[in-house]
Design a protein around this ligand. Structure first.
Ligand code: FES
Length: 102
């Protein structure tokens, strides 16, 4: 079942940056890539809970600020030899507004 939530204007997310959307029970990081794609992940690294919204965005990936795991923004999967998964959420942009499907 879809539950689209309006979260932020795209222009308010820096390119290669993020904003945090807080729900009742979790923080979700909304990332904007250089090509203006938008992705949403649970704001907690699958390794030891690093704050992914404070990581470095490159391509369609983010590098965790704590121990440099690289997480794929498209599916939340850790890359390379690391194994873990951050919950990811479907996003869409309509008329310059970002929505996520919770
Ligand atoms: S907590 Fe993210 S790499 Fe360790």
């Amino acid at each position: 079942m879809s539950s689209w939530n309006e979260v932020v204007a795209l222009e308010n997310i820096p390119v290669l940056g993020s904003r945090v959307f807080r729900t009742a029970d979790q923080d979700i990081a909304i990332f904007r890539t250089r090509d203006d794609s938008v992705f949403a992940l649970h704001n907690s690294c699958p390794h030891q809970g690093g704050v992914l919204s404070e990581g470095i965005v490159h391509g369609h990936k983010v590098t965790c600020p704590l121990h440099n795991w690289v997480i794929n923004l498209e599916d939340g999967e850790a890359q390379g030899a690391d194994e873990g998964h951050a919950a990811c959420f479907e996003t869409k942009v309509e008329a310059g507004i970002v929505f996520i499907n919770l």
